[in-house]
Design a binder for this molecule. Sequence first.
Ligand code: SF4
Ligand code: SF4
Length: 213
Amino acid sequence: MSENEFKDPDPALWAPAEKGPVGQFFAPVAGFGVTLSTMFRPTSTEQYPEEKVPTQARYHGRHHLNRYPDGLERCIGCELCAWACPADAIYVEAGANTPEEQYSPGERFGKVYQINYLRCIFCGYCIQACPTRALTMTNEFELAGPTREGLIYEKQDLLAPMGENMLAAPHPMVPGTSDADYYRGSVTGPVPEQIEWVREHRPDDPTLQNKGA
Ligand code: SF4
Ligand code: SF4
């Protein structure tokens, strides 16, 4: 027989193991062995939703669009997250920042931002693609709803809550800084010039509270 000629595999490779006399005697009730042994183990049933078990720290839940410490948005509308998404769940439209309406450091901001949670498979490719760490994932997993439209989250649904010291956008960048300074963490909070600008343009803005006279 030549080396390449087909050989039947050994039937013993897939045939069930032969049982001895004891094995044959208990075979009809062998399945109950699993039931009996499980009855004496601690139960692992979770009483959800009455009791919510915390997820693992790196669990992939719903997304957040983050802000810098002075309140400007991190998203620059580059669409890299949308291109990385294998489920085509993200839609982004960029807008141009202007001196009157500066939402993020640099030239552009995410004007329209949507994530369709009917499509999202929580793979995390989008957060890896984001160059400014604008997009991250939280541990929140309760994402059910009565309508399909309600599961398409808009920008206002995805923006992270304002931090205690933040000043709501739009407002100018910290004077003398660039978008790179923001990315490197040089901006640690709003400065008086920004607070003054918001006070002049939006005197009723609630984030002005506790920001000095
Ligand atoms: S987690 Fe995955 S599927 Fe969901 S939006 Fe991001 S890239 Fe798309
Ligand atoms: S979330 Fe990140 S990747 Fe997506 S558009 Fe904004 S900056 Fe770009």
